[in-house]
Design a binder for this molecule. Sequence first.
Ligand SMILES: *Cc1c(COP(=O)(O)O)cnc(C)c1O
Length: 372
Amino acid sequence: MIPFADLKAQYHSIKPEIDAAISRVLESSQFILGEEVAAFENEFARYTGADHAIGVNSGTSALHLALVAAGIGEGDEVITVPFTFVATVAAVLYTGARPAFVDIDPLSYTRDTNRIEAAITPRTKAILPVHLYGQPADMDPILEIARRHHLTVIEDACQAHGADYKGRRVGSIGDIGCFSFYPGKNLGAYGEGGAAVSSNAEYVRRIRMLRDWGAEKKYQHVLRGYNYRMEGLQGAILRVKLGYLDKWTEARRGHAAQYTKLLADSEIGLPRERPYARHVYHVYAIRTKEREHLQRALQEEGIQTGIHYPIPVHLLPAYADLGHHAGAFPHSERAANEVLSLPMFPELCGSQIDEVSRAVSNAVTPRNAAHS
Ligand SMILES: *Cc1c(COP(=O)(O)O)cnc(C)c1O
């Protein structure tokens, strides 16, 4: 069996350090925030190139607080994409604002920057690009449009820890960057976790208060806040794992290169690293019109796959009241029907990638047959 991801293998590779970190927190009994979280915040800020990081209890919370800190609420619009994990859009709706969707570029699966300008209205307050699968969105045109229209840029970097855009780390390129440490992410906690990073002192001050009931100091609540604090255990665990992230990212990139080489002659659509991007391959998504057949064939060979994501957010029943119909965002809808994520995790080995690639090539219609 080749799993889609293997969190246990990774734990075993760093077990003594993790166990020591957990003991440290139990002994200190700083279960919420505390020194380990503060130290992780400093280390993660340095890693992303932002001045500050604020640890929270999920990527969704980071997105929500980033939007609130930027003053976004009822009556405002936030430009984002429908081809993303649902949390991107849910966070906008939590604030009372409305998501204004623009379609994706079908090659990079990130926003088509040519479409942003047309989506701007007098109510638009922010642009929320998603670095989907670990590939940075094309940020320069986004920043340029944002500057011209006085919009805040909030990056959804929940899948892109350590990815670079033109040599700059994602998360620190816009005004606020949001990360998830859900266990399966490239940097994963052993529970829920997230962080917002920013070099804007006012946003940092607000997010820091908002995550802990909007308090300036204990019981002095100056903002309407939330209980979105990071746990001490997660901070200590993430400090250990951050030390390995670059090594793990290199392993993912190596696996991606091997898949790409082995599948180059097949009829399959392969991920394309854009010239401006250093992709961190949270997901290695291939593309085929024969997806259901291919997924079934791989399953029969004991190879687990995933679909990220089968339904674009604008077509989910939960968001039907936004009033979008099938056909509204054709590139997103086509991608949702055709993408298939192959096993991808740092501990995957070369022979497993060979086996998966062989199974993929055998299952899809060969190029010649398709034309006969
Ligand atoms: C995982 C993810 C989120 C949400 O993060 P959680 O920690 O699960 O709340 C948001 N956006 C994207 C693109 C994600 O992949």
